[in-house]
Design a protein around this ligand. Structure first.
Ligand code: SF4
Ligand code: SF4
Length: 151
């Protein structure tokens, strides 16, 4: 399988979130693999952000590149306990477990290592500063208590 086919196979393992229509509340700066950036027509391996640290693809109708959204966006909100849980508490009736998430993340990191695109994740301080600002803005607390399950 090619790297892209393996990435798509990984996407297929991620449970679908039950997001509020048009919601982009968790859409800040997003790092990604080179093949994902290419699909989005980006020159760098991350989404750019506006003055409010909102992702460049966030629109009033939701994500404008939904079919091609990168892995980080797909996995966000599919867990209830970790830092990637939905900030407005809209998630799956049966979310991924923490172990599921760790396994998915490991698989993704292995693809990144193979692609040799670690620079985005390691060295882009502007990106990380913006991500931290965005996390502060949406009140994303890494140690927040486990939310109640959605109905
Ligand atoms: S995961 Fe939560 S905050 Fe993010 S788009 Fe879905 S409902 Fe909105
Ligand atoms: S690519 Fe789409 S889903 Fe991902 S952060 Fe941007 S608007 Fe949100």
């Amino acid at each position: 399988m090619t790297l892209e086919e393996r990435l798509d196979a990984l996407y297929a393992k991620v449970k679908k979130t039950h997001c509020t229509k048009g919601c982009t509340k968790c859409c800040g700066p997003v790092p990604m693999m080179g093949v994902e950036a290419k699909r989005l027509g980006l020159k760098q391996n991350y989404t750019k952000w506006d003055k409010d640290f909102r992702c460049q693809f966030a629109s009033e109708d939701g994500c404008s590149v939904y079919e091609n959204r990168p892995f980080v966006c797909r996995v966000f909100g599919t867990d209830t306990t970790s830092p990637i849980s939905c900030p407005i508490n809209k998630h799956l009736p049966v979310p991924h477990t923490e172990d599921d998430i760790i396994a998915l993340m490991k698989e993704y990191m292995n693809l990144i290592i193979e692609e040799d695109e670690m620079s985005t994740f390691d060295r882009d301080t502007d990106l990380y500063k913006a991500m931290q600002e965005y996390e502060r803005k949406i009140g994303w607390k890494k140690d927040k208590p486990k939310p109640a399950l959605a109905e």
